[in-house]
Design a protein. Structure first.
Length: 388
């Protein structure tokens, strides 16, 4: 396959958000001050250490706060020296022995939930690459996922067929869907309409959500989702999409990017409904999501069949250094499908670098991705009280 075209939007859009919560600030430092190899190596070492802390359940907020000073320190006559001091300071904090490392605690104002428990890795036989943004088909037989979301990486959509509880067999890439740009984050309704995110047209039309019809391993009739759901200004993008099983309601995460940052500076959840001429944003979207959207990043939504449970990812914004876990999978509930969602709770059994929940129609199982020892993979958890 031809190499991916390196568009500026793609470089700004790592949907996996793997460098969220200050790790992306390291990348900012590298880009802004054109550091020498020495500083670049130190910055990369700090990044890896931060990821290790998050994977192991530690809270790197103190180091993140130090890294937030890098951009300001990169200005002036002694920029290289000042940046190196900050990198060394951050590294010293991250070199603390395990017994002195602060554990990630629930973020202030967030209540824990044990609704999903017993997370286990999923095996995809025949596939050895990175696996992210899972989606389990309505019949529970097919797992959609994409390769790593990272600038410069060939990000494509793939699928696998179920062979066991935690086991799937790789069936190949979704050839008709994959383009010369980022193609990721699948979601499908019960009629086989497959929605996904792509930046193939974004530079011209600001459209990033496409749809096609999935049947027997192939996708046809691929086109941008019609309607009035697209942003009006550049650097704002519909980043993730979650479709309701009946195909009538679309949940979107809309992100705002800032030059120099590889992760969004803002990301909030929105809702749209299918009308005669396509999808239209719900005029009450802000009110429906008022208890969910915060100064942090909310993204990767997944809705239950009855529309009363919404699952999504929450992560620290790149410019924030808030004490608490860097990545959480949240659940919010409401009394009816047209009521505002209540305050979300964090699924406490799911820890580390976790994102992108998807639930089965019966809600008995949840899939998500998690980074372990530097590699993204798909995991599965079960609903408490379920027989699965």
């Amino acid at each position: 396959m031809a190499a991916k075209r390196k568009t500026s939007i793609k470089r700004m859009l790592p949907l996996a958000l793997g460098v969220i919560a200050g790790i992306g600030i390291v990348v900012v430092a590298i880009l802004v001050i054109s550091v020498q190899h020495k500083l670049q190596a130190k910055a990369q070492h700090v990044q890896r250490a931060m990821e290790d802390w998050v994977e192991d359940g530690y809270d790197p907020s103190a180091a993140i706060a130090v890294m937030q000073e890098v951009q300001a320190a990169s200005q002036g006559e002694d920029a290289a020296q000042n940046v190196e001091k900050l990198l060394d300071k951050a590294q010293a904090l991250l070199d603390a022995p395990p017994e002195k490392r602060p554990r990630a605690r629930p973020a202030r104002g967030e209540e824990p939930s044990d609704l999903y428990i017993n997370p286990q890795p999923v095996e995809i036989e025949g596939y050895g690459g990175q696996a992210m943004e899972p989606f389990i088909s309505p019949d529970g037989k097919i797992l959609f996922f994409n390769s790593e979301n990272d600038p410069g990486v060939d990000t494509d959509l793939h699928f696998a067929e179920r062979t066991g509880t935690n086991k799937f067999h790789y069936a190949g890439p979704l050839k008709e869907v994959n383009s010369g740009d980022l193609d990721a984050v699948a979601s499908m309704d019960s009629k086989g309409r497959l929605y996904f995110t792509t930046v193939r047209e974004y530079g011209r039309t600001l459209k990033s959500i496409f749809v096609g019809v999935f049947e027997n391993g192939h996708v046809g009739d691929i086109h941008p989702v019609p309607g009035e759901i697209n942003p009006k200004v550049k650097m704002t993008i519909n980043m993730d999409v979650g479709i309701s099983p009946d195909g009538g309601t679309m949940y979107i995460s809309r992100a705002v990017f800032k030059p120099g940052l590889t992760a969004p500076k803002e990301s909030d959840l929105m809702v749209a409904h299918l009308r005669k001429d396509g999808f239209e944003m719900d005029p009450q979207s802000r009110a429906l999501m008022q208890n969910l959207n915060t100064v942090q990043l909310e993204y990767a939504p997944a809705i239950s069949t009855d529309g009363r449970e919404l699952y999504f990812s929450r992560a620290q914004a790149p410019e924030a250094a808030i004490s608490g876990p860097q990545f959480r999978i949240m659940v919010a509930t409401r009394a009816s499908a047209d009521a505002p969602f209540g305050r979300p709770r964090a699924l406490s059994a799911l820890t580390g670098m976790i994102e992108a929940p998807t639930v089965s129609l019966d809600l008995h199982e949840m899939f998500f991705h998690k980074k372990v020892k530097g590699k993204w993979g798909i995991w599965r958890a079960v609903r408490k009280g379920s027989k699965h």
